[in-house]
Design a protein around this ligand. Structure first.
Ligand SMILES: [Zn+2]
Length: 434
């Protein structure tokens, strides 16, 4: 591993933008340099020849006029659903039962899991994503396969074996005890190894019995620093079913609250149909609402209410949710997020979007000291974008004269093709594979 000096236009956020003109929220360097070594960022600043003199053996990689940003972060995605993406169904429950619960059974085969885990990491890198919070299947071998692949690539990844013991085919059910034992063994083996983190992963209240959620609570008590990831309030049919299964609890978020699963490292996917009480419970526990726009539109689940979440001071992340989601790209995801909020009459400025896919999501994962920003001592997970990569974008760029406009074009028209390079722990990972 040699030191590298990445030269280009450097953009990194320092705080959450307060509207489209909040120039204090980011640092932008027109002729900038990010110096990386041993997988970490050493310095960030103006490019000058002194950098090369100080590190004569460092390789200078000239990405000008590319835009150098922290690698994108995806806070909710299912790696076993790579072959579920684009499946035709009327709603969430039909989609789960017809496609997802059939496909996920194939992950009992460790060979299949290993193949998909590798293709999945390729796909993330191709799209500029360097960290994700990932659901595996109920099979411990699916989590083994994913962690093995992420470790091999030295990626910062969060993942967990799904726990589910009812309302699913037999091949996808564990038991409260098995779910507990398998999760614990995986957590003890992988959490903290390299850049890996474990997420305790009850799929959602519909597929877990009271006994399973009780044993999940035991795990959370034993491992208070582990993540918890699950789904909540995605579709109306799902919510009605959750209420039937847990009639004595006040609401859907209240189920997770009752079993002690809320907290600052808890990621709740979707959070579309929320009550004030539920938002207050999330705020009080520091739990994170994860906005999954392409999935919510594709499955027809509903429109996330970002303003209400912000008014309630609930922490927010944003995610692809592949395979309910339709793209691995965080650019496509924020484009659809923008449209969801337009339909709600809410504003999402390009600065806020790019904050969300980088530092915002790092904060949602409580990992802002490691990822999400270009700062000395942080992980050298970096993406380089080119807003002129496609002819129609290059043409539009003739009329673009501000950073905000360029970011908005990248979000509106960009995808994996605008990602020039993705660095994982300081190593070029996209060009190496394709
Ligand atoms: Zn999901």
């Amino acid at each position: 591993m040699t030191a590298k000096i990445l030269r280009g236009r450097v953009l990194t956020f320092v705080s959450e933008p307060n509207g489209p003109d909040d120039h204090e929220s980011y640092r932008y360097i027109e002729d900038g340099a990010v110096v990386v070594d041993q997988g970490q960022i050493v310095s960030v600043g103006e490019y000058n020849d002194g950098l090369k003199l100080a590190a004569p053996r460092a390789e200078v990689i000239d990405h000008r006029p590319g835009l150098i940003l922290p690698g994108f972060i995806d806070t909710h995605i299912h790696y076993p659903q790579m072959q579920v993406i684009g499946s035709y169904a009327k709603d969430l429950l039909e989609w789960l039962n017809t496609y997802t619960f059939v496909e996920e059974q194939r992950f009992a085969d460790a060979g299949h899991a290993a193949r998909i885990a590798s293709l999945f990491c390729d796909e993330l890198v191709r799209h500029g994503t360097t960290t994700a919070a990932v659901y595996c299947t109920v099979h411990p071998q699916s989590a083994e396969a994913f962690f093995t692949e992420a470790r091999k690539r030295d990626m910062r990844m969060i993942a967990g074996k799904v726990m589910m013991d009812r309302n699913a085919p037999e091949g996808l059910r564990d038991t409260p005890q098995r779910g507990y034992d398998e999760s614990k063994a995986l957590l003890e083996k992988w959490d903290g190894l390299g850049r890996l983190h474990y997420a305790i992963t009850p799929r959602f209240a519909l597929t877990s019995t009271h006994e399973q959620l009780e044993m999940t609570q035991d795990l959370v008590r034993e491992f208070p620093d582990a993540y918890v990831q699950t789904h909540v309030n995605e579709s109306l049919g799902e919510i009605a079913f959750a209420k039937e299964l847990y009639p004595n609890l006040p609401d859907y978020v209240g189920i997770y609250e009752h079993y002690g699963l809320l907290g600052p490292k808890t990621l709740l996917g979707h959070c579309i149909h929320m009550t004030d009480r539920e938002m207050a419970a999330m705020y009080e526990t520091g739990s994170v609402a994860v906005f999954c726009p392409t999935s919510n539109l594709f499955i027809g689940s509903g429109l996330f209410d970002r303003d209400a979440m912000m008014a309630a001071n609930v922490r927010i992340g944003v995610a692809t949710d592949v395979g309910g989601g339709t793209s691995y790209s965080m650019l496509r995801t924020l484009d659809e997020g923008y449209k969801v909020l337009q339909l709600r009459g809410q504003r999402l400025s390009p600065l806020e979007s790019f904050f969300m896919m980088t530092l915002g999501n790092a904060r949602a994962l409580s990992l802002e000291h490691k990822i999400g920003a270009l700062a000395p001592g942080g992980d050298a997970d970096i993406v380089v974008l080119d807003a002129k990569a496609l002819p129609h974008m290059a043409l539009k760029m003739e009329q673009v004269d501000s950073l905000g406009e360029e970011l908005f074009l990248l979000q509106t028209c960009g995808d994996d093709r605008v990602v020039v390079e993705t660095y994982v722990a300081g190593e070029a990972a996209k060009s190496k594979r394709h």
